[in-house]
Ligand binder design. Sequence first.
Ligand code: ADP
Length: 490
Amino acid sequence: MFIIQLASECAPIAKVGGLADVVYGLSRELEIRGNAVEIILPKYDCLRYDRIWGLHEVYRDLWVPWEGGAVHTTIWFGFAEGRKCFFVDPHSHHNFFNRRTFYGHGDDDRRFAFFCKAALEFMLKSGKHPEIIHVHDWQTALVPVLLYEIYQNIGMRHPRVCFTLHNVRHQGVTGPHLLWSVGLGRPEYFLHPDRLGDDHHPGALNLMKGGIVYSNFVTTVSPRYAHEIRFTEQGCGLGHTLWKHHAKFGGVLNGVDYDVWNPEIDPHIPVRYGPATVERKYENKTALRRRLWLRDRFCPVVAFIGRLDHQKGVPLIRHALSWCLANGAQFVLLGSSPDPAIQHEFQELKRHINDNPDSHLELAHNEELAHLIYAGSDLLIVPSLFEPCGLTQMIAMKYGTVPIVREVGGLADTVFDVDYSDRPAEQRNGYVFKTFDHGGIESALVRAVGLWNHYPDKFRQVMLQAMACDYSWSEPGRHYLNIYEYIRDK
Ligand code: ADP
């Protein structure tokens, strides 16, 4: 099958969060299974150009219809760690993708609407006929709308669209001006509540909703989150739309790319190890302590890796830090925040505990350090308020780092409590708490750190059970192929 993935991120060259890992990992798995996969991305100035091989122009004069005129655009091609990627590079005074960051600009709706339009125009003009176009999150949600309302009538009859919701908190709610920008026009038609009209802001366009309505199939990144966004306030207003389109909606758990995240072959960690050599993990713990100026002593290292966002449970991360320092554990954090208030809060915290030899806060994005933290820590916390899937707990497990998670979204689908799960004892792989408060996370920290301190053999058993879990792309890859085949043949 010929599949095109269209997204605003792809690891490792354009990564903000889990979306990037998913686009890369799924594409790789689909290729391994014998499919032709191409990825289309914006040509951001902040791409990791050092990780792109053979970058060159492949379509120099693409004129993309835009706001009544046309934007001269070049399409580039290069390999990102083996994946075939095309890059959209508009030459316009808007400078859509030369902003030094991926997101967070006042005109993000226009930047990504242009990207959708340009990608379709490129497929049309270069004669690409993918059977499946897989789009991700609101940034690419206009693709099915444009495909069915415009491009199908001018020659693109074949492609079917699969749309994956990675996070419904961000829906791309914007004004109807965008309809004019991309050549759709007819606001009275598109603003209808059955199409792109936002259910809660009269007169506003909801791009994610449009993606749901117009796609042939809609997935989200875990079965639990699929349920939560249909039936609880976590749907952020999309529950009704998902209910209406439930026949083409389902949850597919994300996978982890074990070629990148695997302590047996990881080039970023000083000592490699696997289930049979798990004691070698402790050499990485020593290396981690050295790297982050932590003192060497007999105690567990508790880590957090992730975006410092409201979603990730900022007050509970802070509380875990104080709890660890008060209860003889060490605490390591790797994270950054696009929100200046949260970034400032953590900078203050970092200043406050700067001289503490039992904690380190690294307020940056650092892919290489992330590998060392997964390998060198004993426990990893994911105290999210909501979590569509979450990758850090799955990556941690592969490294024998026991996760402590809140029972929500994909965390609830992947972590089974050592003491309370209804799963057989040999399938339990971490600690789970329910309530989003200090008492909740403490109840899990006490049990986890207690087991580490007093029952090392049992703790080691939990580590091995976590390492034995298979959260690779193999199963989700098969799932996605079934979906693609189903919509292609329908
Ligand atoms: P989200 O998509 O909500 O950001 P996920 O848990 O799905 O969260 O994915 C997070 C991914 O981003 C993981 O691969 C994690 O290792 C990585 N990551 C997050 N923050 C950082 C950081 N500051 N430095 C390096 N990697 C990070």
